[in-house]
Design a protein around this ligand. Structure first.
Ligand SMILES: C=C(O[C@@H]1C=C(C(=O)O)C=C[C@H]1O)C(=O)O
Ligand SMILES: [Mg+2]
Length: 459
């Protein structure tokens, strides 16, 4: 165990100096192309993981059965892990990865590095908690392997020089945007209107429609600096990044899908949104308006209903409060209902993920009709956007969040995603405005909002 000098900043004393974990990882990735990296930090930042390299890869291109395949293959490896006895709970072998939103939707070239399911046991993993920092090294060995040799990992970590690292630390995220591309707002609002009509005609109850914005910058986007900004600005959200090959999918999502520890299962319904106010009084007024707004309550309640039904199938006992609470983030406030359960014997985290995904907060209701409507109306590939991403430990416990407020970044190009729940009385213009709020965390991390403000000031 290493002691952290500056616990607030995810710093570790390493190779004679203090480095920030996210810098270390994304810096190394930039230097050594085609590296696999991930980053995961819980809301409140009590637990942060960062991983580098791939000791073992588990993928599935199955349309159905992808959750079972990942679970089965991880259980085989995890059951045979040696050498980590006595490691603290959050160190030792952990598996990180995610699923695509809709394996039935044809995949676009943007998402070529993000298949239907991809999970990685990292070669090197940092765990950062309030009580310390651990480094885990993973290697797959067979009964014929000779002595274990970690020299390669150690040399690899020692190879990053401090000067380059400090450059990465100070690199600011404000890449100049030279080009912005998005689906025409009128076309998107037209799709929302058609979806709302289909709902009023009784075809379904709710569907979540998303849109994307594509940005081209003058230089490559600096991933470490983008993560630093997300960590600083989105304190109530999970900050995540999955870097495969030349791409990095990163974001700051407030939405837990499922966390399991033994038989304790924790999930939530997060749906229904309004802006934050410029003053405390305005903020309170907006919060009150959201809390009593029938359209938003309906959007929220459909999600609660589906999650509670699925939780009842998985759990012996399910607890759900009668009313939601307000959940305030930097740019937006939501309705949130926490839902907990005591799992039936044998129920697993990935079974829960399979049952819940997509909840009506990301898909709609009924699920199948909503998925077909998304394919018809959206005309884009969501890839891993709005899909489950997270981690599992050796006991098959872990946590998954849905990857919203996110962007797929490749070199100088970034594609951002945001969506919203459409119900019968949705107003296309307000839904468009709601997606605009949901783009803000990533736009700000990419340095775009600052430029917009500067442009406004210069007018
Ligand atoms: C789909 C997104 O957000 C979801 C939709 C919400 C809504 O419509 O009110 C609220 C939270 C999320 O469950 C997104 O951020 O892209
Ligand atoms: Mg909404």
């Amino acid at each position: 165990m290493l002691s952290a000098e500056d616990r607030q900043c995810w710093s570790v004393p390493f190779a004679g100096r203090t480095v920030r974990i996210y810098c270390l990882f994304f810096h190394i990735r930039r230097k050594v192309s085609r590296r696999t990296v991930f980053f995961w930090s819980e809301p409140g930042r009590k637990l942060t993981f960062a991983g580098l390299g791939c000791a073992y890869l588990i993928e599935s291109d199955k349309v159905s059965g992808r959750y079972q395949e990942i679970e089965r293959r991880w259980a085989e490896i995890a059951a045979r892990s040696i050498g980590s006895e006595g490691a603290p709970e959050y160190a030792g072998p952990h598996l990180f990865g995610g699923f695509s939103f809709d394996p039935l939707n044809p995949s676009s070239s943007d998402w070529r590095e993000y298949p239907s399911a991809r999970f990685v046991l990292p070669r090197i993993m940092f765990t950062h908690r309030e009580d310390g920092v651990w480094i885990t090294l993973n290697k797959i060995v067979s009964e014929y392997s000779e002595t274990l040799d970690w020299q390669e990992e150690i040399d690899f970590l020692a190879a990053c020089d401090s000067q380059d690292l400090s450059e990465e630390e100070t690199a600011h995220a404000d890449a100049d945007i030279i080009y912005k591309e998005e689906i025409s707002p009128t076309d998107w609002m037209q799709a929302v209107e058609e979806a709302a009509e289909a709902i009023r005609a009784g075809e379904m109850e709710k569907v979540v429609l998303a849109r994307s914005i594509r940005l081209y910058a003058e230089q490559d986007y600096p991933i470490a600096a983008i993560l630093r900004r997300l960590l600083q600005e989105q304190t109530n959200s999970y900050v995540f990044a999955f870097g495969y090959g030349s791409s990095c999918f990163a974001g700051a999502t407030p939405e837990r899908l499922m966390r399991s520890k033994g038989r304790e299962f924790h999930t939530l319904s997060l749906a229904g949104s309004i802006a934050r106010g410029a003053t405390e009084a305005e903020d309170q007024r907006l919060g009150e308006a959201l809390y009593h707004d029938q359209k938003n309550l309906h959007e929220h309640q459909l999600t609660v209903q589906m999650i509670v039904d699925e939780m009842r199938a998985l759990c012996e006992q399910v607890d759900v409060p009668d009313a939601p609470i307000l959940h305030k983030l930097k740019d937006i406030q939501h309705l949130l209902t926490p839902i907990t359960g005591w799992a039936r014997e044998g129920a697993t985290l990935l079974q829960a993920v399979e049952r819940l995904h997509p909840t009506p907060a990301l898909g709609g209701m009924p699920q199948d009709t909503a998925m077909a409507a998304i394919r018809r109306f959206e005309k884009m590939d969501r890839g891993w956007y709005a899909a489950p991403v997270g981690w599992l430990n050796r006991e098959q416990d872990g946590e998954f969040a849905v990857a919203i407020r996110s962007a797929l970044i490749r070199g100088r190009e970034a594609v951002l995603f945001a969506g919203c729940g459409i119900v019968g009385d949705s107003d296309p213009h307000s839904e468009y405005e709601e997606t605009a709020l949901k783009f803000r965390p990533m736009l700000s991390a990419l340095g775009y909002l600052k430029q917009e403000i500067e442009a406004e000031c210069c007018k």
